[in-house]
Design a protein around this ligand. Structure first.
Ligand SMILES: Cc1cc2nc3c(=O)[nH]c(=O)nc-3n(C[C@H](O)[C@H](O)[C@H](O)COP(=O)(O)OP(=O)(O)OC[C@H]3O[C@@H](n4cnc5c(N)ncnc54)[C@H](O)[C@@H]3O)c2cc1C
Length: 459
């Protein structure tokens, strides 16, 4: 058990401000007793200093409430987003970083993710973020350590006639950022993937450097790297509430005891909404259960296909290993709303029929591909299909990274960097984060994009 349970701390105070803690009883003195560095900086420069000046209550005393353990930053959620953030924070000297995960690393959406890594987005900040991620996935062993399972198989978009102008704009923007992306005629699509039937396809876009990775492997590697950088990862610890505390810190309540931190990052997927709601902050998220079918391609098929995003049939086909394909839906709202997100459920029969039917229509040789299994995972879908990212204005020290609406895996490297930038420096240079303000939901200023294209994720 944690050493701080039952420990009695006696604090020496000086001029209304605690300067040094003294431990009694069985406290492990190798533990973190001194005020964590980032926390201390806040006290001296900002909210904590006001608190001390107002009554000398000290840097984590809550109007006489019981003392809690302290941290500089608490990250809530151990998916690809929370682990990426924790790794960046710990590695960049954020002080004492604690990650709390109620279930297991990658136990949520991350563990079910198709983990497609592509850079096809209509919004420039998302293109930049996806590019940041793709580069990190390609150099993962050197930059992070461990194996993210990245396979550079290419990403091909099949575009219907009415979306060709938007697809052109996307490719133009990608090229402007140095991405290897091209528009393709149907004939050029056939050169890249001759086994496709191109019914209804007017054009294609092609990213040879993209592909797919592995959600569980990536989050586990981020978690391991975070640990090595000094972060304290606690698995099986559920956060029950987050509250602003007099004096400017934030109290994170768990069944295993409370932690007070200078900064708290909410990266708890769908469950983030409920934690924010208690603070009066609106983040509307629909939990939409998505189905995935896994088929074994016929022996005659040959080499794996690229990742194919079929905007005509509204689905995607992603190779898995040498002989399998994962089949999923495009539309983030394609699936049942299901608040019971922690329970594993099989896909409904009509979803399997839809997914396998599309695959067979696109790859006619695979009409008799063998259905191997299916599973479901839940998207945390916001009204504009974009996440909430960055500081929560109403609660100083609180940050959010949630609501990825089915396209957060590829963004996780960039989100880790961006949130650590915002926590440590107040802003980020990776991409313009203002588009993702959580306040946009309460203000009714949702992210807009070309009708039927940009806001809806491709996976
Ligand atoms: C079937 C499927 C396919 C997908 N395919 C792709 C794809 O191809 N490409 C792509 O980019 N994205 C894809 N996504 C989306 C992507 O996987 C998610 O956007 C991403 O994994 C979200 O990560 P996260 O860390 O925000 O959330 P999660 O992985 O859900 O992690 C949140 C964590 O918080 C924990 N938690 C919740 N509440 C609490 C609490 N109170 N206290 C402590 N811990 C708590 C949970 O246990 C969970 O582990 C897909 C998603 C699904 C479901």
């Amino acid at each position: 058990m944690f050493w701080w349970f039952g420990a009695i701390l006696v604090w020496r105070e000086s001029a209304g401000r605690i300067t040094q803690p003294v431990a009694e009883a069985d406290i492990d003195l190798t533990g973190n007793i001194a005020p964590p560095a980032l926390y201390q900086a806040r006290i001296e420069t900002g909210r904590g200093a006001e608190c001390a000046a107002a009554g000398g209550a000290g840097w984590f005393l809550d109007g006489g409430a019981e003392m809690a353990e302290t941290a500089d930053v608490v990250v809530i959620g151990g998916g690809c987003i929370g682990t990426s953030i924790a790794w960046q924070l710990a590695g960049r000297g954020a002080g004492r970083v604690v990650l709390l995960e109620k279930s297991g690393i990658a136990a949520g959406a991350t563990g079910w993710s198709s983990a497609i890594v592509r850079m096809h987005y209509v919004h420039e900040p998302l293109i930049r973020m996806a590019l940041f991620g793709r580069r990190m996935f390609e150099n993962f062993a050197d930059e992070v350590g461990g194996d993210c399972g990245f396979r550079r198989v290419g990403f091909l978009v099949l575009v219907p006639q009415h979306e060709v102008p938007v697809a052109r704009r996307v490719v133009g923007a990608q090229k402007g950022l140095g991405i290897d992306a091209t528009m393709l005629s149907p004939e050029e699509i056939s050169e890249i993937e001759p086994r496709l039937s191109l019914e209804g396809v007017a054009a294609g876009t092609w990213e040879p450097d993209s592909g797919h990775a592995d959600g569980t492997g990536t989050a586990s590697a981020f978690a391991q790297a975070a640990r090595q950088a000094g972060a304290d990862l606690r698995i099986g610890v559920e956060v029950t509430s987050v509250q602003a505390v007099d004096g400017g810190s934030i109290r994170v309540a768990t069944a295993a005891g409370d932690i007070e931190a200078g900064s708290v990052v909410l990266a708890a997927g769908y469950r983030t909404s409920a934690l924010l709601k208690r603070l009066g902050v609106e983040l509307p998220i629909k939990p939409v259960r998505h189905s995935i079918a896994v088929v074994e391609r016929s022996a005659a098929f040959g080499a794996p296909h690229p990742v194919v995003s079929d905007r005509v049939q509204r689905g995607y086909y992603r190779p898995e290993g040498s002989g399998l394909a994962l089949l999923g839906d495009h539309d983030p709202l394609e699936g049942e709303i299901d608040h019971d997100i922690e329970t594993d459920k099989p896909p409904p029969p009509d979803a399997i029929a839809r997914l396998t039917g599309r695959f067979a229509a696109r790859f006619p040789s695979e009409a008799d591909a063998t259905y191997r299994r299916g599973y479901t995972g839940v998207y945390d879908t916001t009204p504009d299909f974009q996440p909430a990212l960055g500081a929560v204005k109403a609660v100083p020290g609180l940050y959010v990274a949630a609501g990825f609406s089915g396209h957060g895996f590829k963004l996780s490297p960039a989100v880790g960097r961006m949130l650590s930038d915002v926590v440590l420096d107040g802003d980020t240079q990776v991409a313009d984060i203002s588009m993702f303000r959580v306040e946009r939901f309460a203000e009714g200023k949702l992210v807009a994009a070309p009708e039927g294209y940009g806001t809806r994720s491709l996976a």
